[in-house]
Every structure is written in C-alpha cells, then in structure tokens.
Design a protein around this ligand. Structure first.
Ligand SMILES: Nc1ncnc2c1ncn2[C@@H]1O[C@H](COP(=O)(O)OP(=O)(O)OP(=O)(O)O)[C@@H](O)[C@H]1O
Ligand SMILES: [Mg+2]
Length: 964
C-alpha cells in the first residue's frame, strides 16, 4: 500500500482506485511533508513549527499547527485513506512508514544491495528496477522548504546509487544492451560522475565498440580539463589504459552468477587517508543523534550536494554532530577528511588558507589563495568540516567558489547562521527530544534524548544517578525548561552532586523567568540564562578566574591561566572547580601539555562579564600580553638553532593567543610591545606561510607611534611577508627600513633590511646589485657582533648563489664552507640545508657528483627529520639530476614522481630563495622518458606512491642493493 508519493511532487492517492486526493492548501501539504519525512518517528511540535514556519513567530503558530493537523486528519480519513497522524508527545507521528513511496524505494534498494552482495544478480536486478520505477521526478519537488530540500538531496543520492548499481548488475549479467540504453541519460545528467563514464566505457567495449569507449574517455578528459583543469581519476585512467591495450579480463563477463566486480581493476589503495581534526570533542557518549548523523552522511557521500550548512543555536550540538558525521563518512573520502576549527580565526581571508593547511598546503597566503587551494584540492575526494563559520561569514562566497571549482570536494559547515550562497543545502539542527508534555512516568521520561544526556552527565559527578519516581518530574522539567539544548543540560547536570533535581528545577525556573536579554531569540536566551545561572552559583574567586579566562583564544595551559589570574592563588584548584561545573573543558589531546578551553557560548558569556569591569579587563589582557610576549621571545631562538621542531610546534599551538596578544597591544596603544612580539614571530610566519596574519599585524605596528628599533624591524619583517607573497612592490618597504636604520645607527636592523633589498635584486636578476647588498650585510652583522649568526650565515649562502649564477663556482665554495661551519656550530637545520642545497648546485656544475651525492643524502635526512616536505622535494629533484648524469634513468623517474607528489602536497613555490637550474632537471626527465619508453610512466607512478620516508630510504640506499 503506497498512498503518499514523494518521489516527485508530493501526491496523495487513494489506495483502492489510485485517485489523487486534495489535501488542502500549500501549508497543509508542507505540514504533511514535514511529518512524512520522518514517517514512523515522532516529530516534536517544535520541530514541526521550525520546519514549516521557520524560526520566527513560532509562539504565534502553535495553534495554527494544531488546526492544520486536524484538518489534514479530516481530509485523509474523509477520502478513505488508511494512514494516521497520531498524537505522540512531544509531537506527532505519521504511520505507517510503508505508506510512503520513499520508504518502499529504500527498502527495495537495500534488498537489491543484499542480493547483489549475495551474488543473486537476477533478483537484484528485479528489485533495483522496481525501486527506480517509483521515481516520477525530483523528490518533494513542490515543497520548497529546507527540510524537504535536504531529504530530496539525500533521496537523490540514493537514486543515483541505485542507477549505478543496476547498471553494474546488468553488466554482471552480461546484459550490455539495457545498460547501454540507460547510460547516456545518466551521463548527461551527471557529466562529472566518473562511475557512469566507467560503466559506459566498459559496456561499449564489451559490445565490441572499442573506439567509442575511448571516445567516452576523451570526452570526459576534455570536459574536466576545460572546466576544472584536472585529469580523470586514477581508476578511470587505469580503465582507459586497459581498453587501449585490449586487456582480456575486461571483455570477460563475470562467469555465471558471480557478483559484478566493478572495482576489480581499481588501483590498490595507497597510504591511509588523511584524518586531521582541530575539533576536540569529549570522549563521552553522543546522545540522540543517530538519525541526523546517518542523514547527513547520506547527503554528503551519495548526493550531488557538496555544500551543507548545519545551523542551530549556540550549544545545540553542531560541532559535536559535525565531528560524528565526519567520522561516519571517512570511508567515502579516500583522500581524507579534515575538521577545521574557525573559532580562533577572525579574518575571513584566512578561511581558505586554513583549509589548505589542513591538507598540508603551507603556501596558500600569497596573492591568490583561492587559486592556490583550488589547485591543491581540485582532484581530491575529500571532506572538509568547517566549524563555527559564523565568525567569518564574509568568506562564504569564496567558499562557494572553491566548492564550485573542486568537483570532488564536499564541505560541511557548522554555523549559527546560513551562508546564503548558491548551492548551499541548509540543515537545521534541532535540540534534543524532550519528554512528552504531561507524562512524567519515569520510564517515559527516561526514554527521551535530553533526559538521557542529563542522566549521563549527572553520573559523571554522582555515580549511580538515575531517573526514579521521586525525581522524574523534576528532571523532565529541567530539560523542558532548557529546551533540550545539550550545553544547557550539561551545565545543570553538573550541579546534581550539590543539589537535588527538584532544587535545580526550582532555581532554574526562577532565573529564567526573571532573566533579561528580551531581545534575543528564545533558545539563545535560554542558553544564556543557563550559563548565567551556573556562573552565579560560583564562589567569588572561581568567578574571577572564569571572567579572566575570556582573554584566551584557542585554549590555554595552566601556566597561562596562572599568569592571567595574576597572584599566588590556587589556580589549578579553581580551574578544576570550573571543569567540574562543565564551564571549562580539559583537552586530553595534547601530549605532554594539558590544555583547557571554553565552549563558544561560555566564552562569549565570560567576555561579556569581563567587559563589565574595564579595569579588570585591562589588567587581564595586559597579563595575557605579557605572558605571550615572554613566550614568543623565549621560543624564537629555537627556530634557527637547537630544537627547531619543538619551537615551531609550541608557536603553532599558541598561535591564536599570540595573535590575540598582539591585537590587544595594538588596540590599547602599546605598539612597542606589539612590535616586539611580531619581530619574535616573523620567522615562524615565514616558515609556516602564515603571511596574512603577519602582514596585517606588522602593518598595524607601523601605523602606530613606535620607537625606532621597533619600526626598523617591523619594516624588515613586513618585507619578508610581502616578498614571500610575491608582492615585490610592497616588499620595497625594506628600502624604508634601511634608511631609517641608518639614521638611528641600528646596525642589526639595517642588516636585515639590506639583505631584503638584496633578495629583491636577486629575484629581479640584478646580480651585481644583489651581491653588493649581501657583502654589506655580512659586514654589518660582523660590526654588530653577529658574526656566525643566522643572517650572517644566509648572506654568505646568497653570495655563493650569485657567484654560481655568474659562472664562478670556485668562488662559491669557500663561502659555503664558512656558512656550513657556522650553521653546524649553531645546530641550525634550516641554514644547514639551505647551504647544502647551493653546495650541491656548485658540485654538479663542476661535475663532482660524489660530493653532490653525499651532501644530498645529508640534506634529505635533515628535511625528513624536521618534517620539511617542500625542501625534501627540492633535494629529490637535485638527486634526480645527479642520477641522470650517472645514467640511472629509472631512478630519475622514480625520484621525479615522488618529488612531484610531495610538491603537490605542500603547494608550489615554497622556497623563493632556491635557484635550481630547471633546465638540468628538464633534460634529466626528457632523457629518462626516452631511455625507459613505456616503463617511464610506471616508474613515475611508483615514485608518486612512495611517501616521504620510503622515498628517502630509496634515495639514500646503497645502489648495489637496488639492482634487484
Ligand atoms: N548529542 C549530544 N550528545 C552528547 N553531548 C552533546 C550532544 N550534543 C552536544 N553535546 C555537548 O554539548 C556541548 C555543546 O555542543 P557543541 O559544542 O557541539 O554545540 P555547538 O552547537 O557547536 O555550539 P556553538 O554554536 O557555540 O559552536 C558540548 O559539550 C557537547 O559535547
Ligand atoms: Mg560549535
């Protein structure tokens, strides 16, 4: 019996005669749809109102809803339709699910899948065929509301999956003709979906139409190249190769009733897909979200919707849900899943570079970040979860653009508001289900998700806590009062060790009644009042610490909290109190250091109460600034000496705090302090490609009235940022720096700016001028007592580079020897490998391949050790040149493949300061291609599949061991 049809425009039909039944106005149809999407499950009154009327004016429409429902009931039963809209607290339930065609479709699809898996292809075919017959057009075509659009996208994903499967089954059964009938429409509908192209190639090939099969591939390749600048995926490339080669296995129909083997020719998967998470979620149980997780997973993995926004009030569980969906979807994204936290970011321009960084792209902050990130992600099948997008809504158009140009990228955004961009699918996350309105029996109360969460959290502070006859009404009352918002429920449950549920309920009631902020939407007001209530129950000392914690961004350590509280109080004890009250979270995720953090709504509340006392706020922010300035200056020498890796990691972890500290210094007119902190950070920014933050903050410093040494250094650092961005005009800020430094007799400051001028000259190929600058840099550093230090070392290396470019490799040797000795003396891996790289160029140019090889091996090991993949790529290419000159073409190809892969993973153009001879590399590659013939591509592919560590092992293994 199917009487509600949604696989097309919504339609109600009488079972007996198939006659269409009018159920009333569009509103009636919308309410019916809102019930039918969850057929068989209770939809709460709140959710129904939200689905149909939206978030505004809900109070006024409760009675409308009841009226609509009774009208619907009347129409349905009047027409003799045998379905029910049951009243089921806290809402309504549509029954039976089988009355809906979408239910029937999903059931047939599931059975079709099982039959396929069991190898019963004839049965599978009939089931899938029947499933697809149910479709009349886009699902819920005439219900234009977000909930229906999400459901339609999900069902459409399943329809496409069914189409794909039925063709596979047909091919498995040797029925090529029906498959060939189906495929053109599917390819036309989904031109970029490679599965349909694959099937079409295979079917044509099996029909003896090899040329047409190749044309299908060529058409897709052209389309991808023209529209997106990418190649077909590896699976399709492999199939193409085999069609060309007339591979015998391709022609064979799997014998008898074997299951189809659509992936039999897929290349073996390489390394484990990336999983990158900046989002920390507690280890406790996720309650009541199975349905949402499954739903979103379906949409993201199977439909053609690739930008989904989950919205909801602060604390409703968006972040938590996003994390769960990402975990559940991992298997569908072979190139990885990344969860990016936008909460610490204030600048919308940083959104795309931050996405790139999650996938290892460290060079996206140049002049065109969208292009850099798109290049990087274009051909990858990845899922990105962007958490807390409301901070940076201005980045929405850029994000939409990224999704448009990366056809395999899917994005899940969590945000308090929608993005309002084309192609966005909006998923409104409701609070957890509440206990039914008038039913306080313990068993029914305990069955609701919000109560389950309350009980779970109460047990953390009160083992053995349970719903019983004497507390069921109070617990239900608390959850209703808190509107089912998880964070509010957690705060209340954390109090159960001191108060009975009844006492909590009573107090909450009182607080909520009287609480202000009438201008906020109801749920937000609820959330705020719950935090306020929790805050007021703290002791004065706990409150003070809580307020001051508002100054942190991206979490904090105990040390930092102590610094901000400012005296000899027991900060750890107070922090533990706040953790016990669920106001502060302890992150277990960071090995070696315990970190704490505040959830967003809590942090916002803390900032609000801190701002109420200007003196306290200033005091806390100054203490935060002093602490992080000290940290920045302590860590800084590590970037160019012992402990580079740790130094970089520490700064990375505290980066949001460091930026916030500089911002406060600028905002409060302490430009000198801001400038000092920025000077301590510039090398980190440069090495890690954090150019936008660096640039913005340094420009802020220069805009203030700061002392000469600070100003000179701000010019030096700003020059470095803009030079690395490729913005030569702005990089000339170095010239101003030089003039200013000369005026104030600041030798060190002058040297830094002068070296910058030298780099510009070098980049613009004014070699004589560049050399003069570097010679002068060396002199200045020596006069300033900095001989052997970092800048002195680099100025030597750059001089050597120029000597080499001018055709005097012999002159370069002593310069490099001095530089290397100094770098080794300081244990500075960065300077060591920069010197080695130039040294290798020199050795190659004079034909001393043995020296080149030894130095390359050292450089490879060092790059691997410091995790510098960009550098590794350069060294591999240099080694390829050496191998070519020694006649080992296969190794050239493998090394080239591996370097190309590494370079793609970090983004191009990371080291503006290397000047490798591109012609030598191009010659080496061309020679390898000629010598190896068809084996060349295989060798390159092998290199691409190697990964960093095995590549270095391969590159440095004794060559006699490689002859097998
Ligand atoms: N379904 C759930 N089960 C268990 N705990 C949950 C659930 N949903 C949310 N929580 C908890 O509630 C708190 C708030 O959730 P979360 O941080 O995900 O909210 P949010 O919607 O992302 O808020 P914001 O808008 O402030 O970012 C967290 O402590 C989270 O672990
Ligand atoms: Mg969140």
């Amino acid at each position: 019996m199917r009487v509600i049809e949604v696989l097309g425009p919504l339609q109600v039909r009488r079972d007996t005669d198939g006659e269409a039944v009018d159920v009333g106005s569009p509103r009636h149809r919308e309410v019916l749809a809102a019930l039918v999407v969850d057929a068989g499950r209770v939809v709460s009154t709140d959710s129904l109102l939200e689905r149909v009327w939206g978030d505004v004016g809900r109070g006024a429409s409760t009675s409308n809803l009841h009226a609509v429902i009774s009208r619907l009931r009347g129409r349905l039963s009047g027409a003799g339709i045998d379905v029910a809209i049951a009243t089921a607290p806290p809402g309504y339930r549509f029954d039976p699910p089988e009355a809906v065609d979408a239910t029937r479709f999903q059931d047939l699809l599931a059975r079709g899948r099982s039959a396929t898996d069991a190898g019963d292809l004839p049965a599978a075919h009939d089931l899938l065929h029947a499933a697809l017959e149910l479709w009349r057009g886009p699902a819920y075509a005439d219900v234009r509301l977000p909930f229906a659009e999400v459901e339609a996208a999900r069902l459409d994903g399943q329809r496409l999956a069914a189409c794909e499967l039925v063709v596979d089954v047909e091919l498995g059964l040797g029925r090529v003709a029906p498959a060939l009938d189906r495929l053109p429409a599917l390819v036309a509908e989904q031109p970029l979906r490679e599965a349909f192209r694959r099937q079409q190639m295979l079917a044509l090939y099996r029909a003896g139409r090899q040329a047409e099969a190749l044309e299908v591939y060529a058409a897709l390749r052209t389309l991808l190249a023209e529209e997106l600048g990418i190649d077909p995926g590896p699976e399709l490339q492999e199939l193409h190769r085999r069609v060309l080669a007339q591979d015998e296995e391709l022609g064979a129909t799997p014998a008898g009733s074997d299951a189809p083997a659509p992936t039999a020719y897929a290349p073996a998967p390489t390394a484990a897909p990336l999983w990158h998470s900046e989002v920390v979620v507690p280890a406790d149980e996720l309650v009541g979200r199975d349905h949402d997780v499954a739903h979103l997973r379906d949409v993201l993995t199977a439909s053609s919707q690739r930008l989904v926004t989950v919205t909801g009030v602060g604390g409703v569980g968006k972040t938590r849900l996003g994390h769960a969906v990402a975990e559940a979807s991992r298997d569908a994204f072979p190139d990885g899943v990344a969860l990016v936290s936008l909460a610490p970011i204030a600048d919308p321009d940083l959104v795309l570079p931050t996405v790139g960084r999650a996938f290892g792209l460290s060079a996206a902050e140049g002049l065109d970040p969208l292009d850099a990130v798109a290049q990087h992600l274009r051909s990858r099948r990845v899922l990105v979860v962007l958490d807390n997008f409301e901070h940076v809504v201005d980045a929405a158009p850029a994000l939409a653009r990224l999704v448009a140009v990366c056809p395999r990228l899917s994005v899940l955004v969590t945000s308090r508001t929608t993005l309002r961009v084309r192609g966005e699918l909006h998923y409104q996350l409701s609070p957890l289900d509440l206990p039914g309105a008038d039913d306080d029996a313990p068993a029914s109360v305990a069955g609701s998700a919000s109560v389950a969460l309350f009980v779970d959290r109460a047990r953390a502070v009160q083992p053995g806590f349970a719903v019983a006859a004497d507390n069921a009404a109070a617990i239900a009352g608390i959850c209703r009062r808190l509107a089912g918002i998880p964070l509010a429920i957690e705060l209340a449950a954390a109090r159960t060790h001191l108060m009975s549920p009844a006492a909590i309920w009573e107090r909450l009631d009182r607080v909520m009644e009287g609480s202000g902020a009438r201008d906020l939407p109801a749920r937000q007001r609820t959330m705020r009042s719950a935090i306020d209530w929790s805050y007021r129950l703290l002791a004065p000392e706990q409150r003070e610490l809580f307020r001051r914690l508002a100054v942190f961004h991206g979490g904090f350590t105990l040390d930092a909290a102590e610094a901000v509280l400012g005296d000899a109080r027991d900060t750890l004890g107070l922090l533990e109190d706040l953790v016990a009250h669920s106001l502060v979270l302890r992150d277990a995720d960071h090995p070696g250091t315990v970190r704490f953090r505040l959830l967003e709504p809590v942090a916002q509340f803390a900032a609000e109460v801190l701002a109420a006392d200007a003196d306290e706020e200033r005091d806390a922010r100054d203490a935060h600034l002093a602490h992080f300035l000290r940290l920045a200056e302590e860590v800084e020498p590590g970037y160019r000496g012992d402990g580079t890796r740790d130094a970089l990691a520490t700064t990375e972890r505290e980066h949001a705090n460091l930026v916030a500290a500089i911002e406060w210094a600028l905002a409060s007119g302490q430009g000198d302090l801001a400038g000092r902190a920025a000077w301590a950070l510039w090398l980190f920014w440069w090495l890690r490609g954090r150019l936008l933050d660096g640039r913005r903050l340094l420009q802020g410093v220069l805009a203030q009235d700061v002392s000469d040494p600070v100003r000179v250094r701000a010019h030096a650092a700003l020059g470095a940022m803009t030079f690395a961005q490729g913005d030569m005009a702005l990089a000339r800020t170095w010239c101003t720096g030089v003039r200013l430094a000369r005026g104030s007799g600041d030798l060190e400051g002058e040297a830094h700016n002068l070296a910058g001028e030298g780099l510009i000259a070098l980049a613009e190929n004014h070699l004589d001028e560049a050399e003069l600058r570097f010679v002068e840099t060396v002199r200045l550093t020596e006069e300033a007592g900095l001989a052997g230090e970092w800048l002195w070392t680099l100025a030597h290396i750059w001089q050597a580079t120029i000597r080499l470019l001018l055709g005097f490799p012999d002159h370069a040797v002593p310069l490099l020897e001095e530089a290397l000795a100094a770098a080794r003396g300081r244990n500075d891996p960065l300077a060591i490998y920069i010197a080695l790289f130039t040294s290798v160029q020199v050795a190659v140019s004079v034909g001393d391949l043995a020296t080149a090889r030894t130095q390359l091996e050292e450089g490879l090991a060092l790059s691997l050790d410091t995790g510098d993949m960009a550098n590794l790529a350069y060294f591999l290419e240099a080694l390829a040149v050496v191998e070519s000159q020694e006649g080992d073409h296969e190794r050239v190809a493998v090394l080239h493949g591996s370097a190309a892969r590494l370079r793609e993973s970090v983004g191009s153009n990371v080291y503006g300061y290397y000047q490798p001879d591109q012609q030598l590399l191009a010659d080496a590659i061309a020679a390898a291609r000629t010598h190896l013939g068809p084996a060349y591509d295989d060798a390159v592919a092998r290199g691409r599949g190697l990964g960093a560590e095995p590549t270095v092992a391969y590159a440095t293994a004794p060559r006699s061991a490689l002859l097998d």
